[in-house]
Design a protein around this ligand. Structure first.
Ligand code: LLP
Length: 419
């Protein structure tokens, strides 16, 4: 369910015509729907209402402060993976007791920053990291709350780049060795071992892999308890998929029911790290057609958004539906490649896509772009990053301005300037 719908022939976001935003703010532009974000958070959160739980939004999916604030006001926390994400979260006012910190490469400085901020817990990914957190915490005279991220070796049946819980993956501790690792962690006096974490991948559209992973982790929690390690937080990561095209992922309620079935007797707070499912279908990327071009081999629609704005199609071959912002009846359909202005053949938003014959100047909406859209955008080809707009009811707000050319060179000096 989302709030991007046609009224007559024009695409609206809630009560605002998309074309109006595009003409006033320019293109390319990301547009998010406040009502959709709110609904997605509530539905997900309420699905777990029967158990102690904390929804820590995986802000790598969408790090805009307005989005973070909205979820925080609804009671959400954050899953962060860097000092920069922690900074964004704290700047938004997300309570640190609701922040968990994962990632295989936390630096000493990032660890110190998170300890100083007194976050809920670190999701620790290696023995060396455990020892470094211990060392930094004891140097600061504090105790660090930690969970060990275990790798349950479950195939989530998704794109290989976003599978993270397979045996060969770089993430977490091998589940077969987890008991020894927990023993090692408990021996470090500046660590407070409070949890367990796993995350098996992203855009997962079946329940089975989630349940398989949780059964393995839950069994480990029981064994740990028998051996005297009290696990208070069971963090199941993120990964619930969305519909981009014709996928039929489980609804949050079904997802919750299945997970709760596994952990009901476990007496833990379940931590969830949804990213895509909260924001993916709450955002679109609006782009303008610059040119249409026919070669003997193909039909191209050249638009003003490129792989620097939305990397997913070129990086993973991801499908994003593309719709004309204005529907015009009677146009013939054509098979086209929708391509951007970047000087790379991999710069496309869609390939072999059926679209009504487009005209230069018209607007296209790239759907389901709210997750891993703006956060993965770059300045490649010296392109300023796109603005982000949040629509609430009949008003829209620019929640991040378009970058300027001056922004592109901020902080740079030539050797001549430096003398
Ligand atoms: N927790 C951890 C530890 C993660 O690594 C991730 C995503 C999540 C939670 C959130 O997963 P989600 O609910 O969004 O599936 N750039 C890729 C996705 C990379 C996901 C990385 N980790 C894409 O555009 O598809």
């Amino acid at each position: 369910m989302h709030h991007f719908q046609y009224r007559g022939d024009d695409l609206y976001c809630e009560e605002v015509p998309v074309a109006r935003i595009a003409s006033e703010v320019g293109t390319p532009v990301y547009i998010y729907s406040h009502a959709t974000l709110t609904r997605h958070f509530r539905v997900f959160d309420e699905a777990f209402a029967g158990v102690l739980h904390l929804v820590c939004f995986a802000m790598k999916a969408n790090a805009n402060l307005a989005v973070l604030k909205l979820f925080s006001d609804l009671g959400g926390g954050l899953d962060v993976v860097s000092g920069g994400e922690l900074f964004r979260g704290l700047k938004t006012g997300v309570p640190p007791q609701r922040i968990v910190y994962a990632g295989v490469g936390k630096s000493r400085e990032e660890i110190a920053y998170a300890l100083k901020s007194d976050i809920l817990m670190f999701n620790v990914e290696s023995g060396q990291e455990l020892r470094l957190i211990h060392e930094v915490a004891s140097g600061m005279g504090v105790r660090a709350r930690v969970a060990l991220r275990v790798n349950p070796d479950v195939d989530p049946k998704t794109h290989p780049y976003i599978s993270t819980g397979l045996k060969k993956s770089k993430f977490g501790f091998d589940i077969g060795h987890a008991l020894e690792e927990y023993e090692a962690a408990r021996a470090l006096p500046s660590l407070d071992v409070v949890g367990i974490h796993h995350h098996i991948g992203s855009q997962i559209t079946e329940i089975r892999p989630f349940v398989d992973a949780l059964e393995k982790t839950a069994a480990l929690v029981r064994t740990l308890r028998e051996r005297g390690t009290e696990i208070r937080y069971l963090d199941v990561g993120g990964g619930l998929g969305i519909t981009y095209k014709d996928e039929e992922p489980p609804l949050p309620a079904e997802f919750a029911r299945a997970l709760i079935g596994v952990i009901r007797d476990l007496d833990v707070t379940i931590v969830l790290e949804p990213g895509r499912v909260l924001v993916g279908n709450a955002g679109i990327l609006v782009t303008r057609v610059l040119y249409t071009k026919q070669t003997p081999a193909r039909n191209f629609v050249v638009v003003d958004a490129g792989m620097n704005d939305l990397a997913r199609p070129s990086l993973y071959g991801s499908y994003h539906a593309i719709q004309t912002v204005r529907q015009v009846s009677g146009r013939p359909e054509m098979t086209v490649d929708v391509v951007g202005p970047i000087c790379e053949s991999g710069d496309f938003l869609a390939k072999d896509r059926g679209l009504p014959r487009c005209e230069p100047g018209e607007l296209l909406a790239v759907m389901s772009a709210g997750a891993y859209g703006h956060t993965m955008s770059s300045n490649y080809n010296a392109r300023p990053r796109a603005p982000e707009v949040m629509v609430r009811g009949n008003r829209y707000h620019v929640v991040r301005e378009r970058e300027t050319f001056e922004d592109l060179v901020r902080g740079e000096r030539t050797l001549d300037e430096l003398g």
